[in-house]
Design a protein around this ligand. Structure first.
Ligand SMILES: [Zn+2]
Length: 289
């Protein structure tokens, strides 16, 4: 028995039977098999769920219309995505550690109404000052993955004394908000200055894992609250770092959730994802801007 991920509870009523290959919640009645679980819990489509399971168990889904080259390319692409999310996850853990050791950053968050519990739930962190703080996390600072993941900026036409292109951390002296996809993988960051610096907000660039138009900040963290409430409110813009407050306060308890977009505008792609968890709405919950 474990805590049910579908209805927000304090005492466990969720069971999984490995032999019968299904899950059942005695509290809310949620039940199904592995594919159904991924569709319900992670908001995947049937095809996505089947592919995800196959990939986890090392099986390949035959795709009639895909050539061997296409399949090879798709496999490589997925491998690359996994590698990039690993890099980002590692950075997120390091930032979270730095936050704990930086009273100035903790004070800033507290001043904005964010508790330690919220910081933990959302994996908030702090990117230290200094141009190469990430070098202590990634010993090979020249690794191309650091640039590809958007964590490091490279100036190709400026060479250092060692003949290599100049590189430095994209995020410095900022509160870090890890942005997660529906599977919970870290795919990018939003960084906010603590004081008066510019720009006030800085996001990860578009990468093979981060497409701003497709993602909504807080969707992963708020999914249970959204399901319980049966609706979700999407706010748009960079407001998410500030209204991160309503977002975070509410989704950390099991009450209706407000969360917001990782892009500058709420997009159909992002809203589509949110709707997978909510029943059809009598009023338009989002606009298609
Ligand atoms: Zn339940």
């Amino acid at each position: 028995m474990g805590l049910c991920p579908f209805h927000g509870e304090k005492s466990p009523s969720f069971s999984v039977s490995p032999t019968k290959q299904f899950y059942h919640c005695f509290g809310c009645g949620a039940n199904g098999n592995a594919i159904g679980f991924l569709m319900e819990h992670a908001g995947m489509s049937f095809i996505e769920a089947v592919k995800d399971l196959a990939q986890q168990t090392g099986m390949q889904i035959p795709e009639d219309d895909a050539s061997p080259q296409d399949r090879e390319r798709a496999a490589q692409q997925r491998q690359k995505q996994v590698t990039l999310t690993d890099v980002l996850e590692k950075a997120a853990l390091a930032y979270a550690k730095h936050l704990k050791a930086t009273p100035r950053a903790i004070d800033y968050l507290k001043g904005r109404g964010l508790s330690g519990q919220i910081a933990k739930t959302f994996g908030l962190g702090y990117a230290p000052e200094g141009w190469r703080a990430l070098a202590s996390v990634f010993p090979d600072y020249q690794d191309p993955l650091l640039v590809e993941s958007g964590m490091v900026i490279e100036h190709e036409d400026e060479k250092g004394a060692d003949g290599q292109s100049k590189r430095y951390d994209r995020f410095r002296d900022r509160i870090m908000f890890p942005i997660r996809n529906v599977k919970g993988e870290c795919i990018g960051f939003g960084g906010r200055v603590l004081d008066k610096g510019e720009p006030k907000y800085l996001n990860s660039p578009e990468t093979p894992v981060f497409s701003k138009g497709r993602e909504l900040y807080g969707l992963f963290e708020g999914r249970t609250a959204i399901r319980v409430a049966g609706y979700a409110l999407v706010t748009e813009g960079y407001s998410w770092a500030q209204p991160a407050r309503p977002t975070m306060c509410k989704s950390s308890s099991a009450s209706p959730t407000v969360w917001s977009s990782a892009s500058t505008a709420t997009t159909p792609g992002g809203a589509q994802r949110a709707r997978r968890w909510t029943p059809p709405c009598p009023w338009p919950p989002t606009h298609a801007a």
